[in-house]
Design a protein around this ligand. Structure first.
Ligand code: ACM
Length: 767
């Protein structure tokens, strides 16, 4: 429905404001991901039923390319075009050729002039991508008139991936195919299919029928958020699996779209469903059930000979189904609790001369790697496979941050970047209260787009090991296809420019203009997209001593944003906001986008509290983690409280392992009575409120008096998300210093045990 409004408004948008050249280009050439080079020419070409598709390419894959193009054209014109495979000439033709000589893999050139369309590929994949660009250039409407132009294009990264977890929720074959098709349209070339989980085993393995009968089904599923207390269940049996015939069909479908599937068989952790089917694979031998809630479970594979035999037999069937080079073997989140108690595990540690359970995990992975290598395959593992020593030929998927990727690249191992901060599409994408339930976090479109898979820390030589990046769709909170699409699109499109176009070509405003063409088209096809381009976003600046300033804008950068101060919805006659508005009084600001007098998108607001520190200067001794630096240190004194659920809303600052230390300069001595702090506390996300806060003041720089300390009582680890702390502090001073020691190392028994805890700090309210 929204799509209809969009179509109606698009006509308006085109003539609205005064788009710069960049935006004109984006609208004229709506290609996502943006090509490396695009040059306008004079003239145009109309594709008609008489246009010949002509090729002299002999590679078998050419049939896939022609079929794809013709299927699309048939959907537009009701007829398929004639095809010549002997390179016949015609007055109206689309020619497909291979470029001679050494050319970049997956590259293409697309030339459109008044007489013909010429697509030249570096290889058949390149031809396929040329076809994708051509299809995107076709205008909406009945006549397929294309502008003359020339495009030269190639990918920035060879690995351009999207992941789908079918363990937590099961997705039908039709959806998996459509997901793969969407990847292909946006020039993504790897589909990471997460096939086994604690909550369900989804791939038919003929040798082990109980994987289908038992492991593929759970008796019920957790309702709502994991954090709800008490947890509730739906009482409904749930599950399913892909037969080997269905998998072959999907593999073929992906091949025809130049997408390689990377199947993931998780080990040694996330194995509870398999152990439910075959208890002898676990260390306790006790029966367990297929998991019914989310999280990390202690029932992991026992490193017995029987387990290795099982896994090798499973992997043998997996290799017969999936022709790609890579098999993903998981390796993440494997608690060692049962190994510590298990005579089998302990005996193996002794026999192999291993130091501890971490080295045992490394032994486990190496042994599986050896088996797969012997069969001509390579492994990918999550970054935990670095612990206890990396298997010799492994590729590392860096997810807990970028550090694993940096370390692996320095060890000269290939790396795929997929850090939670920029690549987890199960995170919230908007702060709007009506957003559907998500796992947590906050990853808006612009943050995905801003991602550079090559860490600054790497030398150019080390950077060569970064193969690319991948977006992950974990499905604890994604029960069906519509929600999966909503979470994936358009963040996947943003990632496509990250991995295909690359850092030098990226252009966010241009991307948004192109999305304004793509999203209505996708909606017309019945694909669900998170179309938030006209939603109002609020940002409140502070921290440089120049007061508090408010900006309200939309990503479309189109139309006007109007606002109210009385809590009522903005109307066409409400005042417009342009640029930064200096804030001189407390209270609420509510904004809404308008196009030619019509409200569009969702409204958003902020509540600003002009306390004594708001708008003053602040300096931090230790910077926050780059990926959780909010809108800068000023976010701590901009008068705006952080979101109660999402610590990544620009208002919270996150520090992993480091202490917080800040000095606020009021500019002059002022009297104040109390300080109010707020900390995030969510052990499931490795975030811990601190144990104490230390405060001191000064009237001259660096002449701070005695520290005043306040002890905080951390809440019950699994209850409330925030901890507020009030410190009564009657004084008059110009400088205020605040020290907050980090919680430290995450204790045993909690998610992320042994890692450094995160400290998230919100507004520092001075009254
Ligand atoms: C992961 O998100 N556990 C790889």
């Amino acid at each position: 429905m929204f799509y209809k409004i969009m179509l109606a408004l698009l006509a308006l948008v085109a003539g609205f404001a005064s788009p710069g050249m960049g935006q004109m280009d984006a609208r004229t050439y709506p290609i996502i991901p943006i090509p490396q080079k695009i040059q306008a020419q004079k003239g145009q070409f109309e594709v008609s039923a008489k246009t010949l598709i002509s090729t002299d390419v002999k590679e078998a894959e050419i049939d896939w390319v022609i079929q794809y193009l013709n299927q699309h054209l048939q959907s537009r014109m009701d007829v398929a075009l004639p095809v010549s495979k002997s390179g016949k000439k015609s007055a109206s033709a689309i020619y497909l050729k291979l470029l001679p000589g050494a050319v970049k893999p997956e590259s293409y050139r697309l030339t459109i002039d008044a007489k013909q369309i010429l697509i030249e590929g570096g290889d058949p994949a390149g031809l396929f991508y040329g076809v994708q660009s051509l299809i995107q250039l076709l205008p909406d409407g009945d006549r397929l008139v294309l502008p003359s132009l020339s495009v030269e294009d190639h990918p920035a990264f060879p690995y351009r991936g999207m992941h789908l977890d079918v363990g937590r929720h099961f997705f039908p074959v039709a959806f998996v195919k459509q997901y793969i098709d969407m990847l292909a349209r946006y020039k993504m070339n790897r589909f990471h299919w997460h096939l086994t989980e604690d909550q369900g085993w989804r791939i038919e393995i003929k040798r082990y029928p109980k994987l289908q009968e038992v492991a593929a089904f759970r008796k019920e599923t957790l309702i709502g958020s994991y954090n709800n207390q008490p947890q509730q269940y739906d009482g409904k049996r749930y599950g399913g699996f892909y037969t080997q015939e269905e998998i072959k069909e999907i593999v073929r479908y992906a091949q025809e779209r130049f997408v390689t599937i990377v199947p993931e068989i998780e080990l040694p952790g996330h194995a509870q469903a398999a152990i439910a089917a075959y208890p002898e694979l676990g260390c306790t031998g006790q029966p367990v059930e297929v998991a019914t809630k989310w999280g990390v479970f202690e029932n992991v594979y026992c490193p017995s000979e029987a387990t290795f035999e099982f896994l090798q037999n499973v992997l043998t069937e997996v290799m017969q189904l999936f022709p790609g080079k890579y098999i993903h073997i998981g390796g993440d989140e494997c608690p060692k609790t049962q190994w510590k108690e298990s005579p089998v595990a302990q005996e193996l540690i002794r026999k192999e001369g291993l130091k501890n359970e971490e080295e045992l995990q490394s032994y486990f992975i190496r042994r599986i790697e050896k088996f797969l290598n012997a069969n001509g395959r390579d492994i990918i593992g999550w970054d935990e496979i670095l612990e206890g020593g990396l298997a010799p030929n492994a590729t590392v998927m860096s997810w807990r941050g970028i550090e694993g990727g940096i370390e692996a690249a320095r060890q000269k191992h290939p790396v795929i970047m997929t850090p939670v901060s920029h690549c987890y599409f199960d995170y919230y994408q908007a702060l709007h209260p009506e957003e559907p339930l998500a796992i947590g976090g906050f990853l808006p479109l612009e943050k995905v787009y801003s991602y550079n898979p090559v860490p600054d820390e790497l030398s150019p030589e080390e950077a060569k090991y970064i193969l690319g990046a991948q977006g992950n769709l974990w499905t604890e909170y994604i029960p069906d296809s519509d929600k999966a699409e909503y979470m994936a699109y358009p963040r996947m499109q943003a990632l496509s420019e990250v991995v295909w176009s690359g850092e030098a070509k990226k252009d966010f405003p241009g991307f948004i203009q192109r999305l304004l063409v793509h999203l209505p088209r996708l909606e017309k096809e019945g694909i669900t997209v998170a179309n938030h381009l006209f939603d109002v976003k609020a940002s409140v600046k502070s921290g440089d001593g120049n007061g508090v300033r408010l900006a309200l804008h939309n990503l479309a950068q189109t139309g006007v944003v109007r606002y109210t101060r009385d809590g009522s919805s903005p109307k066409a006659v409400s005042p417009a906001i342009e640029g930064d508005l200096p804030i001189t009084s407390d209270g609420q600001f509510l904004g809404r986008s308008f196009l030619e007098g019509t409200a569009i998108g969702r409204e958003a607001g902020v509540d600003i509290n002009l306390h004594y520190a708001a708008g003053r200067s602040i300096a931090l001794t230790n910077p926050p983690a780059k990926q959780y630096s909010g809108s800068g240190p000023g976010a701590l004194i901009n008068g705006v409280a952080g979101d109660a659920e999402r610590y990544n809303d620009g208002e919270w600052l996150g520090f992993q392992g480091t202490d917080f230390e800040a000095v606020i300069d009021f500019g002059e001595p002022i009297s104040f009575r109390k300080l109010v702090f707020r900390f995030f506390n969510s052990p499931a996300q490795w975030i811990y409120a601190p144990r104490e806060v230390l405060v001191s003041t000064a009237n001259l720089p660096e002449q701070f008096g005695q520290e005043s300390k306040t002890r905080l009582v951390p809440p019950n680890a699994w209850s409330g998300k925030q901890l507020q702390s009030v410190l009564i502090y009657n004084t008059k001073a110009r400088f205020l210093k605040i020290k907050i020691p980090n919680f430290g190392i995450i204790p045993d028994g909690y998610p992320g045990a042994g890692n450094k805890a995160w400290l998230f700090v919100d507004e520092i309210v001075v009254e």
